[in-house]
Design a protein around this ligand. Sequence first.
Ligand code: 0GY
Length: 291
Amino acid sequence: MTPAPLPFHPSPKKPDIILPQGACDAHCHVFGPSARFPFAPQRTYTPIDAPKETLFELHRHLGIDRSVLVQASCHGTDNSAMMDAIAAAGGRYRGIAMVDREISETELAELHEGGVRGVRFNFVTHLGAPADLDAIRAITEKIIPLGWHAVVHFDAHRLERLAPFLRELRLPMVIDHMGRIDASAGVDQPAFRLLLKLMEDERFWVKVCGSERLSRAGPPFVDAAAYGALLVERFPDRVLWGTDWPHPNIKQHMPDDGALVDLLEIIAPRPELLRALLVDNPTRLYWPETL
Ligand code: 0GY
């Protein structure tokens, strides 16, 4: 039997740092509530309900003004829980959808109208079968006219085989969770070197979050934050950050979201870096019309 999922932190601390105005959590999820938005039959895990109201309250508590909701595999290609949350946020939230290869132009236009600005592809073993490469080619060609990007989520060991394929695609790509590298394996580990190499191509962006997933040292996950700091220093205008609330599939150390915000002191140690990471970069990708 699969063990019961760990609940998200019930009372995160108030962060020690004050976030800049317009700060964006560019990676988090809403789950359910399942009575209204049932999970996908083919899911590989069943999370605890994590409704929009709880997320909105968390963002207020942390000092986060904007957000990008990322469709998670447990909801499959039914984006309705995410769309409902975006609609309730009055333009301050955007979304990354998961879609079928057959999606029509009309359906894509509806998603765009509802705040979606990209599509996510999963290559993470514990989340099910890897995304189909032909389907990705077909979907990305459909979303290019909308100005969308792709979000790619993969296990670090897959990057070597995946990189040539990603380089073929003709749109911006955002890599989730620093490519899920192993924080104990050092900056010379092949996957991290390859990630740095990919980032030299200006189509690629990277999310410097997920420290709690990459860390081998445990809380406060400083070992993983050091990789984020390196990426932010080297590519300050193509990095994004998020809480990853409600932290699906965290098995051991459920993070305190306020403490994750405090890790930004390591990840983006100067005000101009923090502003680029939390405000200017998300604006360019998700709210370009406000520039
Ligand atoms: C994350 C990470 C995970 C889950 C998903 O789509 C998902 O279900 O992304 C994970 O299990 O590591 O980004 O939330």
